[in-house]
Design a protein around this ligand. Structure first.
Ligand SMILES: C[S@@+](CC[C@H](N)C(=O)[O-])C[C@H]1O[C@@H](n2cnc3c(N)ncnc32)[C@H](O)[C@@H]1O
Length: 332
């Protein structure tokens, strides 16, 4: 293998470490074929010892497991030995205490790093919004592969969570971005994450604004902007919320939104089907988009992730009503 191949394999391991891909799922490529001290130093300096990781730490227990795995693999290999820098890094990390929230870093194809404060648990403080979900990774990849779709547009995201897709929209040169959520801790972290990535954000994005938007309150919330595109990732999981979510979507279509893009993890095919049927019965048609290859982001394909482009069909008319279902009706 030539030096460039070795470096690109090490970079791929680095990318997985930075966004904390579970150790058992890391693809180590062929790095253990000839993992000499120089290459070990290269990897350590770009993972646990990387300046951004020292400043904004990835979950400490994850870092320990990563180093432990490397040391074990090298100790078992009679032709190789762990380097002093590997032991030194392990000694340093082992003395650290885990804190939550910690950080994840997304190493993009353009070699820039997007850093997010995220909780390592899927649910914390009673919300699912404090970590990035797989659907937001797939949707962010789709956005980066389709930047022209967002360039110069006003976009609003529902249920933004820690803000991955929202910040990616700024890389796509959306003109104005509204990130919304309902939970106070999520809104706080969202604000911090936008600030943390301010250098990445395109100068063509005039503004990223964070708004509190609880779907249940849509009727009383009259200060919502009109936007070109509505977007959301992993908001279709609890059917008791569907009527409220539908109301929000219909509200935006009514005030001029042309497109709603939603990425869904299909944990339960019937739940997703129920949501799509609800859209259909309210004059919103959907078209499934093709998922993009994992270039910038890495996500698990254990449960399928489906991205839909939703638009109003021509029969739509909007009648404000107190009934939450079937606000849009067919014109005969
Ligand atoms: C599974 S998380 C997805 C977060 C983010 N979009 C992602 O994919 O990483 C669902 C998000 O929807 C928000 N959410 C849930 N119910 C909501 C409601 N009734 N009104 C507004 N936001 C809600 C949560 O706070 C959370 O941020």
């Amino acid at each position: 293998m030539c030096n460039n191949d070795v470096i690109s394999e090490l970079k791929y391991v680095q990318k997985q470490f930075l966004c904390a891909v579970p150790i058992q799922r890391i693809n180590w490529k062929n790095i253990f074929d000839n993992f000499d001290w120089k290459l070990q130093e290269y990897l350590i300096s770009r993972t646990v010892n990387l300046t951004i990781v020292l400043k904004y730490p990835i979950q400490i227990s994850y870092q320990k497991s990563f180093l432990k795995y490397l040391i074990n693999r090298l100790e078992k290999n009679s032709a190789l030995r762990p380097s002093d820098c590997l032991y030194d890094a392990f000694g340093r990390v082992v003395a650290l205490r885990d804190i939550n929230p910690c950080f994840k870093h997304y190493f993009l194809e353009n070699e820039k790093i997007l850093s997010l404060k995220e909780n390592s648990n899927f649910i914390s403080e009673g919300t699912t919004g404090l970590c990035s979900w797989q659907a937001s990774l797939a949707l962010s990849e789709w956005c980066l592969a389709n930047t022209d779709f967002f360039k110069g547009k006003v976009v609003l995201e529902l249920g933004s969570g820690v803000g991955l897709t929202g910040i990616i929209l700024a890389l796509c040169k959306a003109k104005h971005i509204f990130l919304t959520d309902c939970h106070p801790s999520v809104l706080q972290v969202l604000e911090e994450n936008v600030h943390l990535n301010s250098e990445l954000i395109s100068t063509e994005t005039n503004n990223i604004q964070i708004l509190k938007l609880q779907w249940e309150d849509i009727g009383s919330n009259n200060n919502l902007p009109s936007v070109d595109i509505l977007i959301a990732a992993d908001v279709v999981y609890d059917s008791s919320l569907f009527p409220f979510l539908l109301n929000v979507i219909l509200h935006f279509f009514k005030v001029g939104t042309k497109t709603f893009i939603v990425a869904c993890t299909e944990r339960n095919a019937s739940t997703l089907q129920e949501f799509l049927l609800l859209l259909e019965s309210n004059c919103i048609r959907h078209e499934e988009l093709t998922n993009c290859p994992q270039h910038n982001f890495l996500w698990s394909t254990e449960s399928p992730i489906k991205i839909f482009l939703c638009t109003l069909n021509r029969h739509f008319a909007y009648y404000p009503t107190t009934v939450t279902f079937n606000i849009g009706i067919y014109l005969q």
